[in-house]
Design a protein around this ligand. Structure first.
Ligand SMILES: Nc1ncnc2c1ncn2[C@@H]1O[C@H](COP(=O)(O)OP(=O)(O)O)[C@@H](O)[C@H]1O
Ligand SMILES: [Mg+2]
Length: 198
């Protein structure tokens, strides 16, 4: 099984992306995308507690998850025990009962990492709208998570920290490139491998 975080940035590329996931043993973790942006806007105006804001953001992931499930025909689950070959995870329940802190830095990339670890994996795939992690002006094929701490990349702010803490890796791949997605699912070396430790 592979855990695949499907970025909100890919909303307009689902027609080409979703077929690349067909027939694969995948657990899809949705991003928040424009649903989370709506939550951010509302929270800027009204500043609810961080607990409420976090829960609202998780509902944004649920919304994207429902859409992904409907378009792909892949069933939703809310608990890993219900995984049968392929699923879209609606993460609210798992995250609320996890020790993850309720901050905007702990976003859907970090949640996907947490879920992959919970599933006993050492790696997960992040599909996003760029080919990989860019350092300087080029996409690097490998980078230590420690090099990305406090650095602005396509990863959640907290992900490099958790990759190190949990000794996990994240393969960053373009979800706009169906062939790259297929290759990543086959375990090939595409995009960027962000390495948290061994
Ligand atoms: N060093 C970097 N390498 C790759 N992408 C970067 C970097 N710095 C910023 N980005 C931006 O991160 C974006 C992807 O992250 P994000 O918008 O959170 O998408 P997603 O919804 O897939 O998580 C890219 O579109 C890119 O513009
Ligand atoms: Mg993101």
């Amino acid at each position: 099984m592979r855990v695949v975080k499907l970025g909100g940035s890919l909303l307009s590329h689902l027609r080409t992306l979703l077929p690349a996931l067909a027939g694969r043993e995948v657990l899809i973790v949705p991003g928040g995308g424009l649903f989370a942006d709506a939550v951010r806007s509302a929270c800027k105006l009204h500043e609810p507690s961080s607990k409420t804001a976090h829960e609202m953001a998780l509902h944004a992931m649920q919304q994207y998850g429902l859409l992904l499930s409907d378009l792909s025909g892949i069933p939703t689950i809310t608990s890993l025990q219900d995984f049968r070959g392929r699923a879209v995870l609606l993460p609210l329940k798992i995250v609320l009962s996890s020790p993850l802190p309720a901050t905007w830095d702990v976003g859907s990339d970090t949640i996907a990492c947490y879920v992959a670890r919970l599933a006993g994996l050492r790696e997960f795939i992040k599909l996003t709208d760029v080919e990989g992690v860019m350092l300087g002006d080029r996409v690097v094929s490998r980078v230590e998570a420690g090099k990305l701490l406090n650095r602005n990349t396509c990863l959640d702010k907290s992900l490099p920290f958790y990759l190190q803490l949990w000794k996990m890796s994240c393969r960053v791949v373009s979800g706009k490139d169906a062939e790259a997605v297929r290759r990543a699912l086959d375990g090939e070396d595409v995009g960027t491998l962000v390495i948290g430790g061994r």
